[in-house]
Design a protein around this ligand. Structure first.
Ligand code: SF4
Length: 281
């Protein structure tokens, strides 16, 4: 009588595992080149549109005064130069690992400016937004790693999404992760253990607002953040210039429900910030 439900559970577990592996496979195949290519295409569109607008209004500007025409073209060239130079530095840093990001510790105007255009472009071309975001996270991780020498590893925050906690557990983790009994039914226990062992701050958050609050309170040197592509993309931009090492979660049961994470990827992020070669004794 009990063999049928048991077989169903096994079947679901196998299906979930296969789906998780497929998700990881396409993420690995989706490289930094995608986001960078979309950024360069966005820059080309921006430059083309800006110069077309200038070409159309240029007779009117000249009629008002030559100085206005000259000031407009100089201002336009300056904006294009700043954005193009920023994108060049980002591209070279992401691809080579050289720390060419400048100015240090400031908001990246280039990414803030180009990402919305790249996202719109990907929508027009029917490129999955999650894939573009996965590529953005890879570029972000490469840029974070390029800044290795400038990042202090003393105050590291591990930010975990609420959906890692299994749905049948009613422990309140968002207020205090030490409420986790580490029963082993979900990945949270292992991550809290790891944080305790390494003296790292671990927080579980249920959204961007709480994540921002936790970051502002702890003021970390670096963050290892686990989340879906969407939340990581917004989160990385929100907390910039604090360096973030993003780890995309696996969603074998669908979005925001009993998600999992590859512990090795989290360890990799921690190892990077702490400049250590091995974490597990
Ligand atoms: S490991 Fe912690 S969060 Fe996960 S089910 Fe057990 S007590 Fe709940």
């Amino acid at each position: 009588m009990t063999s049928q439900p048991a077989a169903g559970v096994v079947k679901n577990a196998v299906a979930a595992s296969v789906q998780g592996k497929l998700q990881s496979a396409w993420r690995n195949a989706w490289t930094k080149a995608t986001f960078l290519a979309f950024c360069w295409a966005s820059l080309a569109i921006f430059v083309g549109t800006a110069f077309l607008i200038y070409y159309l209004v240029h007779p009117r500007l000249s009629a008002i005064g030559l100085w206005l025409d000259h000031a407009s073209i100089i201002a336009l060239c300056c904006v294009v130069f700043v954005v193009a130079a920023g994108l060049t530095l980002i591209t070279v840093s992401a691809l080579t690992g050289w720390d060419l990001l400048y100015p240090h510790g400031k908001q990246s105007v280039t990414v803030k400016f180009l990402f919305p255009i790249a996202a719109t472009l990907s929508q027009i071309l029917h490129v999955d937004r999650a894939k573009l975001r996965a590529s953005f996270i890879k570029v972000n991780n490469a840029l974070t790693m390029a800044q290795r020498k400038r990042i202090r590893g003393d105050r590291i925050l591990i930010l975990l999404p609420h959906c890692l906690q299994i749905d049948i557990c009613n422990r309140k983790l968002t207020s205090d992760v030490s409420n986790c009994a580490r029963c082993g039914r979900c990945p949270v226990g292992g991550l809290v253990d790891m944080g305790e062992r390494l003296g790292l701050k671990v927080e579980v958050v249920n959204g961007g607002t709480l994540a921002r609050k936790k970051v502002a309170t702890f003021n970390p040197d670096g963050i290892v953040a686990v989340a879906c592509e969407r939340d990581l993309t917004f989160g990385i931009q929100d907390v910039h210039p604090i360096p973030v090492y993003g780890v995309i979660n696996d969603r074998p049961n669908g979005p925001c429900y009993n998600t999992c994470v590859d512990m090795h990827l989290v360890e990799e992020g921690i190892r990077f910030f702490r400049k250590e070669s091995a974490l597990v004794a």
